[in-house]
Write a protein that binds this ligand. Structure first.
Ligand SMILES: [Zn+2]
Length: 134
């Protein structure tokens, strides 16, 4: 089963790609969602991702995610393949999830290669100034 942005927006997550609003109006967000942005536009990269993580942590999966998890348990489907980065398929109980664009549930430091939860990033346990590898 392949899922996309509609699953996330149904949970209440903003669709940053199609309608940048507020502080992001007029900014090409795809320019912020890259390793190049992390290295060259670090402050805006972190502002963008911190906002996305805060938004993510305020909502949760919905009944659609739960139905797909039940279908997997009943072998109606084998997996959830998603473009979404919210981690909601796994949160709802899906066991085999392919996250094509990664996840916002965890992060890893380019410098020390350690993995952190998104809340650890928000809490500054490993300051983002340490994440750059240059
Ligand atoms: Zn590090």
């Amino acid at each position: 089963m392949l899922t996309g942005a509609g699953m996330s927006t149904e949970s209440g997550l903003p669709d940053y790609r199609s309608a940048p609003k507020g502080m992001w109006r007029g900014i090409d967000l795809l320019q912020l969602a890259s390793v190049e942005a992390l290295l060259q536009n670090t402050e805006n990269f972190y502002k963008f991702y911190k906002k996305r993580i805060v938004d993510l942590n305020e909502v949760t999966h919905h009944v659609g995610h739960e139905i797909l998890a039940k279908w997997e348990k009943k072998s109606i489907i084998r997996s959830a393949i998603t473009q979404n980065v919210d981690g909601f398929h796994a949160n709802a109980g899906s066991r085999t999830v392919y996250e094509l664009h990664g996840t916002l549930q965890k992060c890893h430091c380019h410098n020390c290669l350690r993995e952190y939860s998104n809340t650890e990033l928000l809490e500054g346990i490993h300051p983002y100034s340490m994440w750059r590898s240059d």
